[in-house]
Design a binder for this molecule. Structure first.
Ligand SMILES: C[S@@+](CC[C@H](N)C(=O)[O-])C[C@H]1O[C@@H](n2cnc3c(N)ncnc32)[C@H](O)[C@@H]1O
Length: 204
């Protein structure tokens, strides 16, 4: 069943579940600008970019400032880009490259985002850059996926907090302990990823 009524029910169920689990509704954890600036210090993208879970435009704004042509969409409207587009059900890529900090969720939502982005990138020949939780790098459920489709580059960020709804809070100290990396998949890449360290302080 893939009717709009079903999609609305699924969206409401996810919203209710995220409230119960004390996660931000719909996984809205905006990305501080230094994370995107750090990525752009080591990667360049030729052609347009799709920020496919754009939130309030935190990543898109930095990409636009850097001169990129960016299409921004999100499952819900947050006053930036186009709301109402479920990336996981998207069939046509809206731009060559995809860059986002996806929703992580508790049941493989982040993995589903990566999977869908790589499907699109195979069609466009583009790059996929995802801001991910460092813990996701070493996980038995992902071992085979990483080995089969390794990112071309992994960039470790030393200090970054993506606060729920962009609001620093003491209630979710877990978030402040979380650490992040950029995973960058490029078409045709095989073998060992390039790994490097980026200090967010340099980009504040
Ligand atoms: C971690 S936040 C990051 C927002 C933005 N990418 C940023 O970096 O600031 C994840 C975003 O994913 C959006 N989202 C959740 N599920 C989605 C889906 N299925 N399709 C598109 N966007 C989704 C949420 O609304 C939220 O804005």
């Amino acid at each position: 069943m893939t009717t709009s009524k079903h999609r609305a029910q699924t969206g409401r169920a996810r919203y209710a579940a995220s409230r119960r689990s004390r996660r931000a509704p719909l996984e809205f954890y905006p990305t501080p600008p230094e994370a995107t600036r750090a990525l752009l210090s080591v990667e360049a993208f030729v052609g347009p970019i799709w920020e496919s879970a754009c939130g309030d435009g935190a990543i898109s704004r930095e990409l636009i400032k850097a001169g990129y042509d960016v299409t921004s969409t999100d499952l819900v409207g947050r006053g930036f880009g186009e709301g109402g587009l479920d990336f996981l059900r998207s069939e046509k890529p809206l731009a060559k490259h995809i860059i986002t900090n996806p929703p992580y969720g508790t049941h493989g939502l982040g993995d589903a985002f990566v999977r869908r982005a790589l499907i699109h990138a195979r069609k466009t020949g583009g790059t996929v850059a995802m801001l991910l939780n460092l813990r996701s790098l070493a996980n038995p459920d992902r071992h085979a996926k990483f080995v089969k489709t390794p990112p071309a580059a992994i960039y470790f960020l030393d200090e970054l907090t993506c606060w729920p709804e962009g609001k620093p809070t003491t209630k979710t100290a877990r978030i402040a302990r979380q650490q992040y990396y950029w995973a960058v998949w490029k078409p045709g890449h095989k073998g060992t990823p390039r790994c490097w360290w980026l200090s967010t302080r340099d980009f504040k």
